[in-house]
Design a protein. Structure first.
Lengths: 303, 259, 353
């Protein structure tokens, strides 16, 4: 019998003996590197570049004289109308989020509690399905419903020939309506996941204690679904604050928001430093929102 | 209460599908000014056939989506395997770094890409869009494949190794065949993400290379005819079909007995 | 002849030690149970032998060859997992043939071996089935066939019976012993079920907090536990402590306990363990005969389970005692009755506290 069995082994620092041929970390790094290199090129470096751009005095194109400045971040002082734009953007985002919260929570509640049995899955897919189609096309489709003389008016005039037009395309309510339509499935999904986890017995227990339906709704269901509700609100508020295509198409002349102003800086005005600064202010708001609600979001993601 | 719930759900579904239905219907309506009453025609679809701009943009969209699917599915699957099959410090940080492409508004990431790509000379066009689309699709792939990996117990790989497999052989003979539905699902997901992507494409498009959503957007802003409805209908229905296939492949709870 | 040898093996996870300085041998053809509570390190030890976990230091030898740095695939082991780990995308034949193919055995040679292995586990006609079509016990048998078909040097079983219900588990225990005898494979069996360990194996090693507390033949370990943990984890025990005087133990209340074993020198503290089934209950107080111990106690609880009775009693000094009795001698004792416990000095085992 060979004596090698008695040779004391050199101490090893953990790891897996199964991959003695190649250290395990080499494989791990090789698997991860392409993805994170790609994300660095496509996401992280661009954000850095944009951050740098936001301190330039003008877009470095042609023979433009460029210097470093903080002037872009003072835009809310130098151009006071931007304050109004920001306020309208926030109000649109808040209205959209609130609308989604109310409509979505109730839809999730109906879905989870209306005793639908197996058709529940199909209804859920039906609600989520439009969400997977092109947002641009869905927004575009509203123009055909809302314009004066559009589908809405046609239906009204079919019943009441002399009625005035009720089409409200190119108004802020139209923007909010389109955005709610676009993001409602998010809220239904997050609330549904939270509500479906509530045991029937909890509601039966509340009923056995003499609770009325509104007590059950506001003291049991809403508090227990709160994580889903909050997640849904964050997941909707963040993209809506950055929306530019929706206000452009549904708002027309009144659809000026932070998003469309940023878009203009990059595609029309060619004031990239200003656009970068505005983007970064928006990014700061987004990160602050995520930081505030990270606890709820993480708990909801792991549930 | 139950009846009220059902009526409400019917209303929500009506709300979600009304504009889509109107849009599709108008693509089959004779009036170029979207006037009712409805008169059926296939005219706009034959007009569409001659609209080389839209057709080219459509094929561009498909090219970008196919390339995105191949790259994002490969890279994302690799990353998902590393993230779920080995433990190392900083793994959670890497997981969090997958969020920005999804969580930061695309307006910000899109304009940021425009700035960097202009600055470094990478420029715009197909390759730039591909860089952006893959970055957006990778997190979804990691998520879908990672979830699939969780349902495959690690002791299956260990069993293969105890029977004489190398770790690589164990992965290819045991894990990969079981992971296959998740990978196909992730690929469909990546394809759909790319096909529907508008914002990033919009900032990275050149006059010579646009995708369908970008072309539709500029048509909406400049004036259009119902052939836009026709192409939109086609794009809409293909996305829906993709989602339904995805739902079949990655059925939640469909892998419970996988042991 | 020693087949598997573990030498001074230690393993830490983070800062917590899981195994500290383990040395043990597994003889050719033996069936050894590694018995311990969860967290005792028994599974880690098995996984170190298998090669899934690398020890911080120490050596593992299988079949006389040092395999400490050999990958799992080259150790020629057979392993059965707690979840069976059958490949769900392969049928039974493909599952059992997996290891053979890895060893270059294919075609008719492989088919013969697979058929023989399936016959051994009494599933001869199940080759074409998918694992999904099998019951728990059948999956277990296939997993076993897959592990033994390659004629491994050692068979490693990681709590393979814990997922089965009680009746099926007993059936599989009998099967396991038969298959082990027939194949003659050196077998290492991890379990937390003490009855299983006692009835299946010809050697038992008790682990606690990363150390082997005691090992030996099942009867040896059961009859002569060396520590309080061994006495408590393997079966039930009554403990009595006192001071040593004249080769007996004097309890606090003055009663003397005799033992058939060596005790520490006079004046030192000592503890003895007595199995509950070794004690008998008598009514009055007889003078103690030679080689016998007596203790009076009061019955505090009686659990009546048909053929057997479990008494809980309280000694004079307040210690709780347990007695298992056959339901044979007329009327069971009543709660509150004062009785006398009688047992042999030979059943009184001194232990390390």
């Amino acid at each position: 019998m060979p004596a090698e069995g008695n040779v004391p082994a050199s101490p090893r620092s953990g790891g897996n003996a199964a991959t003695a041929a190649m250290p395990k970390w080499v494989a791990t790094v090789a698997l991860l590197l392409p993805t994170y290199a790609w994300l660095t090129l496509a996401i992280f470096l661009p954000l850095c570049a944009m951050f740098a751009f936001s301190f330039l005095s003008a877009t470095p194109m042609g023979n433009e004289q460029v210097s470093f400045t903080l002037q872009q971040y003072a835009v809310f002082q130098t151009q006071p109308y931007m304050i109004e734009v920001a306020i309208w953007s926030l109000m649109i985002a808040v209205a959209t989020t609130l609308g989604c919260a109310i409509l979505g929570f109730l839809a999730a509640l109906a879905l989870a509690r209306a005793g639908l049995g197996r058709s529940r899955q199909i209804l859920l897919i039906l609600i989520v399905l439009p969400f997977w189609t092109n947002q641009l096309i869905r927004i575009f489709s509203w123009t055909m419903v809302l314009r004066s003389g559009g589908f809405l008016d046609s239906v009204l005039h079919f019943f009441w020939a002399g009625a005035p037009s009720i089409g409200f395309l190119y108004t802020r309510p139209a923007i909010v309506l389109g955005l709610i339509h676009g993001y409602l499935p998010y809220m239904v999904l997050t609330c549904y996941i939270a509500l479906i986890a509530i045991d029937d017995e909890i509601i039966e227990a509340a009923m056995s204690l003499g609770a009325r339906w509104w007590t059950i709704l506001f003291k049991v269901l809403v508090p227990m679904a709160m994580p889903g509700l909050v997640s849904g609100c964050v997941l909707i508020f963040v993209p809506v604050i950055g929306a530019f295509m929706e206000p452009r198409i549904l708002g027309g002349p009144v659809g000026v928001t932070l998003g469309t102003v940023i878009e203009d800086q990059f595609t029309q005005a060619f004031n990239w430093p200003l656009g970068s600064a505005l983007s970064f202010i928006m990014l700061a708001v987004v990160l602050a929102i995520f930081a505030t609600f990270s606890g709820v979001l993480r708990r909801n993601a792991s549930a | 209460m139950k009846t009220a719930g059902r009526i409400y759900l019917a209303f929500i579904i009506f709300f979600l599908y009304l504009p889509i239905a109107v849009m599709i219907m108008m693509g089959f309506n004779r009036s170029p000014f979207y006037q009712l009453p409805f008169q059926f025609t296939l005219h706009w679809y034959s007009v569409l056939r001659d609209n080389t701009q839209l057709i080219t943009a459509g094929w561009n969209s498909v090219f970008v989506a196919v390339a995105t699917t191949i790259i994002a599915t490969t890279l994302g699957t690799m990353a998902a395997v590393a993230l779920s099959r080995s433990t190392f410090r900083g793994r959670n940080v890497l997981r969090i770094l997958l969020l920005p492409p999804i969580a930061i508004p695309w307006l910000i990431t899109g304009t940021a890409m425009l700035v960097l790509f202009y600055w470094t000379g990478i420029g715009r066009g197909f390759h730039a869009m591909l860089i952006g689309h893959v970055a957006l699709a990778i997190p979804y792939v990691v998520l879908v494949v990672g979830t699939g990996l969780q349902t495959i117990q690690t002791d299956l790989e260990e069993a293969a190794m105890s029977l004489g497999s190398t770790p690589l052989h164990a992965f290819f003979s045991v894990t990969l065949p079981l992971l296959y539905p998740s990978i196909v699902g992730a690929g469909l997901f990546a394809f759909a993400v790319s096909l529907d992507q508008f914002v990033i494409s919009y900032f990275l498009a050149t006059p010579g290379f646009t995708t369908l959503p970008v072309q539709i957007y500029s048509a909406i802003r400049k004036g259009f005819e119902p052939d836009i409805n026709a192409i939109s209908t086609i794009l809409l229905l293909s996305s829906m079909a993709l989602f339904l296939i995805f739902a079949i492949f990655v059925r939640p709870g469909g892998k419970v007995d996988k042991r | 002849m020693t087949n598997v040898e573990v030498k001074t093996v230690a393993k830490h996870y983070g800062g917590t030690p899981v195994l500290t300085d383990i040395t043990c041998h597994f003889a050719e053809g033996s069936f050894t149970s590694l018995l311990g509570p969860s967290g005792s390190g028994k599974t880690t030890l098995l996984r170190i032998i298998a090669g899934f976990v690398a020890p911080d230091h120490g050596n593992v030898a299988i079949g006389g060859k040092d395999v400490t740095h050999t990958p799992v695939r080259a150790r020629n082991i057979g392993m059965v997992f707690q979840s069976y780990a059958l490949f769900p995308h392969m049928n039974v034949n493909q599952n059992v043939g997996f290891g053979l193919a890895r060893r270059g055995i294919r075609g008719s040679a492989a088919r013969d071996k697979i058929a023989r292995a399936l016959e051994m586990v009494r599933l001869p006609d199940f080759g074409a089935r998918s694992p999904k079509q099998l019951s728990g016990g059948q999956r277990q048998r296939v997993a076993l066939a897959r592990a033994i078909v390659t004629e491994p040097t050692v068979l490693l079983l990681d709590e393979p019976l814990s997922a089965l219900d009680r009746r099926l588990r007993q059936e599989m225990q009998v099967e396991l012993v038969r298959i082990q005898r027939e194949s003659g494979l050196t077998t290492i069996f991890v379990t937390h079920d003490q009855e299983e360990a006692l009835s299946l194996s010809d050697r038992v090693a008790i682990l606690d907090r990363g150390e082997i507390i005691q090992s030996g033949r099942p009867a040896e370990v059961y009859e002569r536990p060396r520590t309080r943990f061994a006495a408590e984890f393997l079966g039930d025990s009554n403990f009595m402590s006192g001071t040593v005087r004249d080769r007996t133990i004097v309890l606090e209340d003055g009663q003397r306990i005799a033992t058939g074993f060596d005790l520490p020198s006079d004046g030192e503290h000592a503890t003895v363990a007595v199995r509950p089934e070794k004690m008998t209950i008598i009514g009055g107080h007889d003078p103690a005969s030679d080689g016998e111990n007596q203790l009076s106690a009061r019955v505090t609880n009686v659990i009546y389970a048909g053929p057997a009775l479990t008494y809980t009693l309280q000694g004079v000094d307040g210690t709780t005692l347990k007695v298992f009795a056959q339901n044979r001698d007329g009327r069971p004792r009543e709660t509150g009755e004062t009785v006398t416990l009688v047992w042999k000095a030979a059943d009184t085992v001194p232990i390390e506290a």
